[in-house]
Design a protein around this ligand. Structure first.
Ligand SMILES: NC(=O)c1ccc[n+]([C@@H]2O[C@H](COP(=O)([O-])OP(=O)(O)OC[C@H]3O[C@@H](n4cnc5c(N)ncnc54)[C@H](OP(=O)(O)O)[C@@H]3O)[C@@H](O)[C@H]2O)c1
Length: 247
């Protein structure tokens, strides 16, 4: 129960890594707040979290690409929970386009969803955590944010921004008892990778030293560790969860 008595807010909790993290956090004793764009999509994972039975479960719908929606959601979390111990910035989108084909709309959507949201949510959460003099933030970046990838220029840029924001926030917030880390998954079995053609998938898989793609639960466990006091001396770190794809 490494998150006992803690309130953990997880974005992008309707499916994939976010859903797995909400479940792992609940199993670890946390009261969980789940966010994604629609209440309807959050009901099934919230029901799974409730079934674990370790504490209250809150659904707070939010579009992370919209600053007003973030503000409203933060107020709701503050009003309902009164405090916030853990923030997991996991919501994200992947849009593929070669450099010459990138549209302004794609650029705008990916940067607002993957980067600006992380900065805005860290800003709101840290104000509250500073008053508590404690807190842990875990951002979800990507291996591609470190290495780049053909056809993923905007996504890579958006995730590299998360790495810079994580390290800067860790430096600023350490004095206030707040730790900030990120995980950088490689290839994880979720809807996000469902459209990768099988030939490309095989080629990618051959570069994974452990010889297989990862499961969302394998990311969730590392996020939960970083969010917990077991990681009390860890801040400003980017932890790869990629089966040795990047060593
Ligand atoms: N899967 C991988 O191989 C992989 C690798 C590296 C990094 N990642 C990162 O891991 C994170 C989770 O990805 P995943 O693989 O679990 O993908 P996923 O299954 O597609 O889930 C994405 C989540 O983000 C939410 N989301 C997307 N846009 C949103 C918005 N504007 N406002 C609020 N929520 C939004 C979605 O919720 P709704 O659509 O229900 O609103 C969903 O819950 C992402 O940041 C992704 O970049 C994934």
């Amino acid at each position: 129960m490494i998150l006992a008595d803690k309130i953990a807010w997880i974005t992008g909790a309707s499916r994939g890594i976010g859903r797995a993290t909400a479940l792992e956090a609940a199993r670890s004793g946390a009261a969980v707040v789940l966010s994604a764009r629609s209440r309807e999509a959050l009901e099934p994972p919230a029901e799974e979290v409730r079934a674990i039975g370790n504490g209250p479960v809150h659904i707070v719908p939010m579009d992370v690409s919209d600053p007003q929606s973030i503000k409203a959601a933060f107020h709701e979390v503050h009003k309902t929970c009164g405090r916030l111990d853990v923030l997991v910035n996991n919501a994200g989108v992947l849009k593929e386009a070669l450099i010459g084909m990138i549209s302004d709309a794609q650029l705008d959507e990916v940067m607002r969803t993957n980067s600006y949201s992380v900065i805005r949510l860290m800003q709101s959460a840290s104000r509250l955590m500073m008053r508590q003099k404690s807190g842990a933030i875990v951002n979800v970046t990507s291996l591609i944010g470190r290495t780049g990838n053909e056809g993923n220029l905007i996504y890579a840029a958006s995730k590299a921004a998360v790495i810079g924001a994580t390290k800067s926030a860790a430096r600023e917030l350490a004095a206030h008892g707040i730790r900030v880390n990120a995980v950088a998954p490689g290839i994880i079995k979720t809807d996000m990778i469902a459209d990768i053609p099988s030939a490309k998938m095989q080629q990618l898989q051959s570069s994974i030293k452990l010889g297989r793609v990862g499961e969302p639960e394998e990311v969730a466990r590392v996020i939960t560790f970083l969010a917990s006091d077991l990681a009390s001396y860890v801040t400003g770190q980017i932890i790869g969860i990629d089966g040795g794809m990047w060593v």
